[in-house]
Design a protein around this ligand. Structure first.
Ligand SMILES: Cc1ncc(C[n+]2csc(CCOP(=O)(O)OP(=O)(O)O)c2C)c(N)n1
Ligand SMILES: [Mg+2]
Length: 325
């Protein structure tokens, strides 16, 4: 561990690194499994953005709520949803965290207060505000962390949610993952004001930009923001500036961005940058990578051995079934 880095203890550094590497290795394996047609449907990779989910999640409590988007493998892993139940979900088998009915975009784990996974851009925002309203009305305290991409800022429900959360002083931590693109649309082509924290401030809530490639900066910002939310001051907005290294989803010719731009951001790889910053030894990194690979291999074996839903059950859960689980 580097001597200059006296503000962070080595145990914490290894925890943050391990979580980022778990996400990276899990998703790299997903690419192979997708090519082999073991995983089908939509798959959106988080590679390059790991510092955001890991930094935020590390600063939350187990009793807080989390709402995420369709790019949520990393959030689910960092929240503690077992890799095996996520992989099984991607295989579409009953052992998956959503019984295999949701797939990659609809990971859900009520026990860990992980409320999805949502395929609708901005769709998690009203869910988060509703959860926060319930918390406030029941006097439960805590924070609802809501992740969404910068593309959601163009949605009407974003503005409705920002307004009501601020007006009613609801305990929401808005985590805007600004990776500069919404599919192939660059932020500057869709927003008149590209500084999203300024936009959020106009709703009368604290908002500031954060370097989303720096896991410590994300963790620190989240601690500060969550503290303000817990104190009852209403919502806080973090604009987490990051970049996705891979395509939007599995098929995307990426004609909307320059290869040099991608290469420049890759130089700021959040994992490599953190290893360098903390001076973590190669052997320690290699050991973490081995553990992550073993965890992912076990997850794949679990998913491969999973049980497909029987055809006669396919209409179950369309409506609720009181008394039946
Ligand atoms: C309401 C709605 N409109 C359009 C789409 C199609 N769509 C899927 S992902 C996406 C881009 C969203 O970008 P952003 O919010 O920045 O998230 P990112 O993919 O960059 O993480 C769009 C337009 C959708 N899923 N839902
Ligand atoms: Mg985006």
């Amino acid at each position: 561990m580097s001597a200059e880095l006296d503000t962070i203890e080595s145990g914490l550094a290894l925890v943050l690194l391990r979580e980022m590497i778990r996400i990276r290795r899990f998703e790299e394996r997903c690419v192979e499994l997708y090519s082999a047609a073991r995983i089908r449907g939509f798959v959106h990779l988080y590679i390059g953005e790991e510092a955001v989910a890991v930094g935020v999640m590390n600063a939350l409590d187990g009793d807080d709520d989390v709402v995420a988007t369709y790019r949520e493998h990393g959030h689910a892993l960092a929240r503690g949803v077992p890799a095996a139940s996520i992989m099984a979900e991607m295989y579409g088998v009953q052992e998956g965290c959503s019984r295999g009915r949701g797939g990659s975009m609809h990971l859900f784990d009520i026990g860990r207060r992980f409320y999805g996974g949502n395929a609708i851009v901005g769709g998690g925002l009203p869910i988060a505000v509703g959860l926060a309203l319930a918390r406030k009305m029941q006097g439960r305290g805590g924070v609802v962390a809501c992740f969404f991409g910068e593309g959601a800022v163009a949605e009407g429900e974003f503005h409705e949610c920002m307004n009501l959360a601020a007006l009613w002083k609801l305990p929401v931590l808005f985590c805007c993952e600004n990776n500069l693109y919404a599919m192939g649309t660059a932020l500057a082509r869709s927003e008149s004001e590209t500084d999203l924290s300024i936009k959020a401030s106009s709703y009368e809530m604290p908002a500031w930009p954060v370097d989303g490639m720096d896991v410590l900066a994300v963790r620190d910002a989240t601690q500060r923001a969550a503290e303000a939310v817990r104190a009852g001051g209403g919502p806080t907005f973090l604009e987490l500036r990051t970049y996705r290294f891979r395509a939007h989803s599995m098929y995307d010719p990426e004609r909307y961005r320059d290869k040099n731009e991608v290469a420049t951001w890759r130089e700021r790889d959040p994992i490599a940058a953190f290893v360098a910053l903390c001076g973590i030894a190669d052997d320690d990194v290699a050991a973490i990578e081995r553990d992550a690979d073993a965890e992912v291999a076990a997850a794949v074996a679990f998913a491969e051995a999973g049980t497909p839903e029987p055809v006669e059950d396919l209409t179950r859960f369309v409506t609720s079934e009181p008394g039946r689980t």
